[in-house]
Design a binder for this molecule. Structure first.
Ligand SMILES: Nc1ncnc2c1ncn2[C@@H]1O[C@H](COP(=O)(O)OP(=O)(O)OP(=O)(O)O)[C@@H](O)[C@H]1O
Ligand SMILES: [Mg+2]
Length: 376
């Protein structure tokens, strides 16, 4: 895989992430036994894991990596690494511990975080945690004992540069448009961008914008989240309205996405009430449009659910919100069967391949989908 082939071999090769790199290096260079651990978080595919490995390679350290969600409880993690973090070795190679998905600990594991804190305090080696959701209350105690290192999405230009570089090294001719397209839809996720590039380049020496059809898959999934983000975070009528232009989802489905997530985003009662008021008006116009077959009325449906909900808030929200899949659609069973199959398949694959379900989703599934589409 190209993501592995072009993995950064030292910290200089990590693209972007200047601030994260700086605070990581500062933390690890000053680290002493029992000192704070590091908590890394940020979007997918932006170099979090890569930075740790690049640093280790540069400094001749072993990385001992485990995924917290595979173990579920702090006690199990302690059984696995508890003794080795305490070990003192004067002659052997140094090591760092990397514990991914720390927020994947079971929420029933009460007191579990105390055990993790104990590991941090007794450790003779630096420990790095990676979290999907650093605001998860479950890990707040662990967080107190960590230096936080946030990663950001990579810029379009950074991604474009990497893609060009790979094309050159692989000897692949390309027009600019295809690379720009991949960079744009990657939304700052370099892994996704490299995967897309590799996917469309299989067995080819030349790629062009005609190859775009192969990449549309992931793009579709992210759009509704983008729209939600704009509607809920901004107080701009125009952006809210145009946010849904690019979603390929049915507008009625978008309606349920908004409905589901109002309470996840807005905090004030009046804002929530006002938002539902707006949705009920939207719903009214939708019915009228449909029963009277007057599709002119659809624009009011759209305005109320986008602008109406966006302007229902008093202030702009900046916090991180994990948007939920609409219960209503689940209930109606529209995509239920397919999703259930997906989940089961992913769990089975994870078991077979001994890795987390997240890894299956982000790193294996794109390939498998590609292969199955080509009947291989
Ligand atoms: N900042 C970066 N510089 C260079 N290469 C990168 C960078 N970010 C991602 N990559 C490329 O993408 C691949 C995946 O990156 P990495 O595993 O570091 O992502 P991550 O941030 O840990 O994502 P996840 O949250 O999904 O685990 C790397 O193997 C590398 O090829
Ligand atoms: Mg990672």
């Amino acid at each position: 895989m190209w993501t592995q082939k072009y993995q950064p071999k030292n910290t200089k090769e990590i693209v972007g992430q200047e601030k994260a790199k700086e605070s990581f290096l500062k933390w690890i260079k000053n680290w002493k036994s029992g000192g704070k651990a590091a908590l890394i978080y940020g979007p997918n595919g932006v170099g979090k894991t890569s930075l740790v490995y690049a640093y280790a390679k540069e400094n001749g350290l072993d990385v001992i990596e485990l995924n917290a969600s595979d173990y579920r409880t702090a006690q199990k993690i302690d059984e696995v690494i508890g003794a080795s973090v305490k070990q003192q070795s004067l002659f052997k190679k140094g090591k760092i511990f990397l514990i991914d998905e720390i927020d994947g600990l079971s929420s029933e594991d009460k007191g579990g975080t105390n055990e993790i804190v104990k590991i941090i305090k007794e450790s003779n080696y630096p420990i790095i945690f990676i979290a999907n959701d650093p605001w998860d209350k479950k890990i707040s105690k662990i967080k107190e004992n960590c230096v936080e290192i946030p990663f950001s999405s990579l810029t379009y230009w950074d991604i474009l540069k990497v893609l060009k570089n790979i094309c050159e090294k692989e000897g692949i001719k390309h027009d600019d448009e295809i690379l720009k397209y991949i960079a744009k839809i990657s939304e700052g996720d370099l892994r996704a961008a490299i995967n897309d590039l590799e996917k469309i380049s299989v067995g080819k020496k030349e790629i062009s914008k005609k190859d775009i059809v192969y990449i549309s898959l992931r793009e579709k999934e992210s759009n509704v989240f983008d729209a939600l983000k704009i509607i809920f975070k901004s107080k701009s009528a125009l952006s809210s309205k145009s946010s849904i232009e690019n979603t390929d989802k049915d507008l009625k489905e978008v309606f349920w996405w908004i409905e589901q997530n109002i309470v996840n985003e807005y905090e004030k009662k009046e804002e929530i009430a006002e938002s539902y008021e707006m949705l009920s008006l939207a719903d009214l116009y939708l019915r009228r449009a449909e029963t009277k077959r007057s599709y002119k009325l659809m624009k009011y449906f759209i305005d109320f659910m986008t602008i109406g909900v966006s302007l229902a808030k008093k202030q702009e929200y900046k916090k991180f919100v994990k948007y939920e899949y609409p219960e209503n659609i689940k209930y109606l069973g529209i995509t239920k069967v397919e999703r259930k199959d997906d989940k089961e398949m992913i769990e089975n694959l994870a078991k077979e391949l001994h890795c987390s379900t997240r890894k299956i989703k982000t790193q294996y599934l794109p390939y498998l989908k590609f292969l199955s589409r080509n009947n291989k």
